[in-house]
Write a protein that binds this ligand. Structure first.
Ligand SMILES: Nc1nc2c(c(=O)[nH]1)N[C@H]1C(S)=C(S)[C@@H](COP(=O)(O)OP(=O)(O)OC[C@H]3O[C@@H](n4cnc5c(N)ncnc54)[C@H](O)[C@@H]3O)O[C@H]1N2
Ligand code: MOO
Ligand code: MG
Length: 423
């Protein structure tokens, strides 16, 4: 293909809306295989199957207090001036079983978490009783009636056998781990993490450890993307960055597409003479899904497929690269993990300051969240151009600013996309 044609193709791009671009990707997002992991390794993984309760919980009648298990009818009429006396005929530590059936007028010393004797229907806490030793017998007195059910957790209080505990596609975190441990799931069936190759392009890029040189910058996108991949649930693989050489890029990107589940590049997608990724997606080795999105930053964000592999060619500008990942690559990773909702959550908030920039594209503006007087405010970052790196770190949200010819004023309601926080 001659260079004139490639230049032409770079200019002539079909523009799609951001949500259309997301939809174009989804048919190529295939569920990954499953694997078993130890419960201790399951944090942040996505369940590959629904998990059911193999037994009710709790599965025995459990005492909620240290005290005495008793028959509530034996306490009828108890009052300050008319204490009831019961005989203690058993002692039940947690983990032990009742040894003697309770008869009328008897009770069992019981500890929190222990099984309540079948004949008892309540537990009185120790502090409400007074212990007596009389003629070799252990007794206690009680000055109040105890209602049936007091301090006694019935079988199945939280869950019945066969209840759905966790749906497939749910991410495992502390609450899910508690459930899995409770029901004996020491191995969990989860989706394999997608292996995501990350490769920056640009002859100006220095490695992080290299000293600065005039006209060159350190590669930050690769490392930012690696964090984003991890936060999304993928496994990042950092590849050497590629100088602006189409043949070299083609070799490296095609090899990466063979070897990894997803390939993400940054840089070289605009209309510059050395914007090699723009050429690569048009030259036929991969099938382009889109190469222009009606959004800022990241209007040149590009996606393509090769067989069943997705290639995201994100803009080199750090702000646009960051946003492009969150809007397009993250849902693909989450989709491969079978996440119940692959998209970032959105919230409605009050715009904290005027936003006066006009645009006929939707803007995804970095912003911070503030909770004030019961309302949620979003404050646009002072610097939010595509090439600005420094405000990425302070962003809680991407404020969705629809196309406007007038701008937006403080106090207006806006939608914001909640950014992941990692750990
Ligand atoms: N004539 C036009 N020029 C540009 C347009 C346009 O529409 N017409 N769009 C501008 C916008 S908006 C963006 S965004 C960028 C997109 O550029 P590319 O995706 O081609 O990226 P590069 O040109 O390679 O780099 C842009 C910028 O980002 C820096 N960069 C690149 N890689 C990294 C990295 N790994 N870490 C940190 N910084 C990186 C690079 O040095 C450039 O400064 O195009 C505009 N131009
Ligand atoms: O298109 Mo650029 O990616 O706005 O920021
Ligand atoms: Mg460029």
């Amino acid at each position: 293909m001659n260079k004139d044609f490639m230049q032409h193709a770079k200019f002539k791009r079909n523009i799609v809306q951001p949500d259309q671009a997301q939809q174009l990707i989804m048919p190529y997002v295939k569920l990954l295989e499953t694997e078993h992991v130890a419960l201790t390794e399951a944090r942040g993984r996505f369940l590959a199957e629904p998990v059911l309760a193999p037994h009710p919980y709790p599965h025995f009648r459990r005492s909620g207090m240290d005290g005495y298990a008793l028959r509530s009818e034996d306490t009828k009429g108890a009052a300050t001036d008319k204490p009831v006396t019961l005989e203690v005929i058993d002692e039940i530590p947690a983990g032990s079983l009742p040894g003697v059936p309770l008869r009328p007028g008897t009770a069992a010393r019981i500890m929190t978490g222990a099984k309540v004797p079948d004949e008892a229907d309540a537990v009185v806490m120790l502090e409400m009783t007074e212990k007596l030793e009389q003629e070799g017998q252990t007794l206690f007195t009680l000055k109040r009636e105890i209602e049936a059910g007091t301090n006694l957790t019935p079988i199945g209080r939280e869950l019945q056998a066969q209840d759905l505990l966790l749906e497939a596609g749910r991410m495992i975190s502390a609450g899910e781990t508690s459930v899995l441990a409770t029901f004996g799931y020491h191995q969990v069936l989860v989706r394999r993490r997608p292996r995501v190759a990350i490769c920056s392009t640009g002859s100006e890029l220095l490695r992080v450890e290299e000293p600065l040189q005039d006209g060159r910058i350190r590669n930050s996108n690769t490392y930012t993307l690696a964090c984003q991949v991890q936060d999304a649930g993928g496994e990042p693989y950092i590849l050497d960055s590629i100088a602006d050489d189409l043949e070299l890029a083609k070799q490296r990107v095609m090899k990466a597409l063979e070897e990894y589940d997803i390939v993400i590049t940054s840089g070289g997608v605009s209309v510059g003479d050395y914007d090699i990724m723009a050429d690569l997606v048009q030259e036929g080795s991969v099938t382009m899904l889109f190469n222009k999105v009606a959004m800022r930053p990241g209007s040149v964000t590009t996606a393509a497929v090769y067989g069943d592999k997705l290639l995201f060619a994100l803009s080199g500008n750090p702000g646009a690269c960051f946003v492009g990942f969150e809007l397009f690559a993250r849902p693909a990773i989450r989709g491969m993990l079978g996440a119940s909702d692959p998209y970032l959550p959105r919230l409605e908030a009050v715009l904290g300051e005027d936003y006066t920039k006009i645009n006929n594209f939707t803007r995804f503006v970095r912003g911070s969240l503030e909770y004030k007087e019961g309302r949620v405010y979003v404050h646009p970052a002072k610097l939010d151009e595509s090439g600005v790196m420094i405000t990425i770190k302070d962003s809680d949200v991407l404020i969705v600013v629809p196309p406007t010819s007038t701008g937006f004023t403080a106090g207006q309601q806006v939608t914001a996309i909640l950014l992941p926080k990692g750990i």
